[in-house]
Ligand binder design. Structure first.
Ligand code: SF4
Length: 329
């Protein structure tokens, strides 16, 4: 393993300038909208869903109610949060169901949505409701990939991304740091982004879930995360970079923004809204010299308990507003 570069501050400084020059000073709050809590594969070593597979007797019950999904999108619109992507485990919804949900969400948000709903050979079914396709590459090391995600073959993900490009969709990948990769793997990641002409990279840091082999692993160091992101930003000035941090790692946010993040994600947004943690996110963004698109604290933006789209969403909108005002912390 290569030791942490002593010039990390130089890298971050360079990455920050490149980001400001190419993307401006707006930072987005990104929310992954889940379609279900079931995954038929259920064997990725780090994944919470892998701990649930045997506990879910009836997968159809793990699907979320569709009006609840739309209500969540309506709340994202009100608070000016972006939808990171629609996400769901394998074998939860059919392609046509996903297309219908995406179409309605596009109508709510006024913009096409990204998908992260697994490897599929039915991309032709999608149209302008979809902005881009996400390949859940997850691991920045192809040898580790086989062990960690045995049922999600890298070749199949790569083929899907190629096809997505041929069909005119944008392309994204997800990468989790802290799974055993090292800084030496950044070159592989750079090659992958070049080869498949990736438009958007979403980084997460490992969240060591109980009952997984990572339960006692540490999350990656903040400056390790910063070095990976800075080097990718310097190599690819134009791509969009989203960085995930968990609620226990909010101090990473400022550092990751200075390293090149355009957006931040992976928070329990409604739970954190208006709390000291929501305020902390806004402070992190401010002290990185950026403006936050959307709000984590402005209660007026939560709006009325009635949906502006469909009365069948009302009860879910009410629930989101209640959760946002609860101050659980
Ligand atoms: S395919 Fe996705 S949801 Fe399923 S176990 Fe792997 S990471 Fe989790």
């Amino acid at each position: 393993m290569i030791a942490m570069s002593s010039n990390i501050f130089d890298l971050m400084k360079k990455a920050n300038k490149i980001t400001l020059d190419n993307h401006g000073d707006l930072v987005t709050l990104e929310r992954a909208v889940f379609l279900s809590w079931w995954c038929d594969k259920g064997d990725c070593a780090f994944c919470y869903m892998s701990t649930q597979k045997n506990k879910i007797k009836d997968p159809s019950k793990a699907k979320r109610k569709i009006p609840n999904i739309y209500a969540e999108a309506e709340m994202c619109k009100r608070l000016n949060w972006n939808i990171e992507f629609l996400s769901g485990g394998y074998e939860s919804f059919t392609t046509l169901e996903i297309k219908k949900i995406a179409t309605n969400i596009k109508n709510i948000m006024g913009d096409g949505v990204w998908l992260n709903t697994g490897i599929t050979d039915e991309l032709e079914e999608f149209g302008s409701e979809i902005k881009g396709i996400t390949g859940a590459v997850e691991i920045a090391n192809p040898k580790l990939h086989k062990k960690i995600c045995p049922s999600k073959e890298l070749d199949q993900i790569s083929n899907m991304l190629e096809k997505a490009g041929d069909l005119g969709f944008k392309k994204a990948i997800t990468i989790i740091l802290g799974l055993g990769e090292t800084l030496e793997d950044i070159d592989y990641l750079i090659d992958y982004i070049k080869t498949y002409k990736i438009d958007r990279v979403i980084f997460y840091s490992l969240n060591p879930h109980k009952e997984t082999i990572y339960a006692n692993s540490s999350q990656p160091a903040s400056l390790y995360y910063a070095e990976v992101v800075s080097r990718i930003r310097i190599e690819f000035p134009k791509i969009e970079i989203i960085c995930g941090t968990w609620i226990d790692n909010l101090a990473n946010i400022g550092i990751l923004i200075l390293s090149g993040a355009n957006g931040i994600t992976k928070f329990p947004l409604f739970k954190m809204f208006g709390t000291k943690y929501g305020k902390r996110v806004e402070e992190e963004v401010k002290f990185a010299g950026r403006k936050l698109k959307g709000t984590f604290t402005d209660k007026n933006q939560l709006g009325n308990p009635q949906s502006e789209i469909d009365p069948s969403l009302d009860k879910f909108i009410k629930r989101y507003i209640k959760e946002s005002l609860k101050n659980k912390y």
